[in-house]
Design a protein around this ligand. Structure first.
Ligand code: ADP
Length: 526
């Protein structure tokens, strides 16, 4: 493993540059308390953000509400143009965005670039499809020829988004894009650990022509700002831990408001007897160690058929051991830092508990303070048993348990034996068998011969969690329609929806009974 020392951070460590960005936060002003933001590579303070208050959230939602009306009245094509202009700006200004992303998240630049790609892809997909998804449609009327029925899609109003620190750009912005295209305003509460990426992303949106109040950011504490945002917004979109998601969902439930949540995972991968071992190892290395495993769709459990187990383990461990882990902001770094002291503590505790209870460490298993305060080695374990904490709990770090199996049915059962259901992966040279097994994995997305990117980047298809991994879906038609209120308008013509004038009710009942019977038997009449 390489041991490169931290290089000086980008221009964004300059306090004045970050201070300018905090001006992008709603009601950012000097009389508010400030929350320090740390650079995970060094533990130094990178800058600070205003701790917005409950009243600030109220003002932001009020302004968003006022701006939303005019925004929704614009033709959808105009909204699409702004989103496509944003697409170009994100690509053009990617170096600046990457600098901020790497500085405040401590992730490897190659992993930060995945976020850069995600945003324009989302812009393009929804700009291509939003006009169709928000269009008013004719529907089959109750009585053919007599009832004219249409379905409208109204924006819900103000969408509140609460985003996490692990994907500060993607998870703050990509859920906002369909919301904006559907005619909503958005108030975003980014994670307090990674606010600067969100602030720069919003600045670029404004440069692309988005009216200021249509997309606002309130920075500060989740527990303090979450409740007022949930109470005032018309919809809440949350991405984060299952524990916090439960709190947010309870509050949304009490308000009877619509919400979607993408939460934790303990994602399983299955490597079948006929898998290409090298390909599986390469893919699952990315699947396990991207963003140092701090990815809700990453893999912490890998079930490997005994025919290929030893070869896979050898290849996987060798690749994990040779990953270039460093506190450097260049594309050659293959794994960066954990986010914080809390993350390091949790990952260390999980691994130490597993070791104490008899797990075998094939590589890793140690913190790397020589690289930076929160670095942890890519870690591969076998011999993990049920009584170990990490067997069922999400570690959210660079730690993978490998399990050997003989019986495929049993492997599927074990893969599904979890409260979570976010992502899955199957590796085989037989694509039909791979797809059949994939369908039986209880997860919202399953990738065959890929870890997570194939399903995630298939933006036309829904993405989200089964079981305790979430409510609702992002991406695809559902990813936009969750932000609309469908409305049915039906006009009745010529005859009422009851017995016509002068026809006794009993005759009407008999006539309708006869008609229903005929419609059931002669579909051509329907
Ligand atoms: P983690 O525990 O890994 O920091 P969380 O799920 O707690 O992840 O955080 C995700 C987002 O939820 C962050 O923006 C955070 O500020 C916010 N958050 C934390 N607690 C609450 C809460 N009680 N209500 C609403 N949002 C919250």
């Amino acid at each position: 493993m390489a041991t490169q020392k931290a290089t000086p951070q980008s221009q964004y460590t300059e306090t004045d540059r970050l201070a300018r960005l905090t001006g992008t936060a709603t009601l950012a002003s000097d009389d508010r308390e400030h929350i320090p933001v740390e650079a995970p590579f060094t533990g130094d303070v990178l800058g600070s953000i205003p701790a917005c208050t409950e009243a600030d959230v109220g003002t932001a939602v009020e302004r968003a509400d006022e701006a939303q009306e005019e925004w929704a009245e614009r033709p959808v094509s105009e909204r699409c143009e702004i989103v496509l202009e944003y697409h170009d700006r994100v690509l053009d200004r990617q170096e600046e965005l990457l600098d901020v992303l790497v500085a405040e998240s401590g992730k490897a630049r190659r992993h930060a670039f995945e976020e850069i790609l995600d945003v324009p892809m989302t812009c393009q997909y929804y700009a291509d499809n939003a006009p169709d998804y928000v269009a008013t449609r004719e529907r089959e009327g109750a009585l053919p020829g007599l009832t004219e029925t249409v379905e409208h899609q109204h924006p819900v109003g103000v969408v509140g988004l609460i985003s996490p620190w692990n994907y500060p750009l993607s998870l703050a912005v990509s859920d906002a894009i369909p919301a904006l295209l559907a005619g909503n305003a958005v108030v975003l509460k980014p994670a307090e650990e990674t606010p600067f990426t969100a602030l720069l992303a919003i600045e670029l949106f404004r440069e692309a022509g988005l009216p200021e109040d249509v997309f606002q950011v309130v920075t500060g504490s989740g527990p303090e700002l979450g409740t007022p945002l949930i109470d005032r917004a018309d919809y809440i979109g949350f991405t984060g831990s299952t524990a916090t998601g439960r709190i947010v969902a309870e509050q949304a439930g009490a308000n009877l408001m619509k919400c979607s949540m993408e939460l934790g995972g303990k994602n399983p991968a299955i490597v079948l007897d006929n898998a290409d071992v090298e390909r599986a190892a390469e893919g699952l290395i990315r699947g396990a160690f991207t963003n140092a495993g701090q990815l809700c769709i990453s893999f912490e459990r890998v079930y490997v058929h005994s025919d290929v187990h030893d070869a896979f383990l050898e290849e996987f461990v060798s690749r994990a051991r040779n990953l270039r882990v460093a506190a450097a902001d260049d594309y050659d770094v293959e794994m960066g830092s954990l986010m914080s002291a809390d993350q390091l503590e949790k990952v260390s505790a999980h691994v130490d508990d597993a070791i104490a209870k008899g797990a075998t460490v094939h590589t890793g298993g140690q913190a790397r303070p020589d690289l930076g305060p929160y670095f942890y080695e890519p870690t591969v374990l076998t011999g993990v048993t049920e009584e170990m904490e990490l067997a069922a709990e999400e570690t959210f770090g660079p730690v993978v348990s490998i399990y050997e199996f003989d019986d495929e049915e049993r492997a599927i059962e074990r893969a599904n034996d979890t409260d979570y259901g976010l992502n899955g992966s199957v590796w085989t040279e037989d694509s039909e068998r791979g797809r059949a097994i994939a369908k039986r994995i209880e997860a919202g997305t399953v990738n065959v011969n890929e870890a997570y990117a194939a399903a995630w980047a298939s933006l036309d298809a829904p993405m989200g969690g089964m079981k305790q991994s979430g409510i609702g879906r992002r991406h695809g038609k559902q990813g936009l329609r969750r932000y609309t209120e469908p409305q049915t308008v039906a006009e009745q013509r010529w005859l009422p929806m009851t017995a016509p004038p002068g026809v006794p009710m009993e005759w009407y009942a008999k006539g309708m009974t006869r008609a229903m019977g005929l419609l059931r038997r002669f579909p051509v009449l329907r």
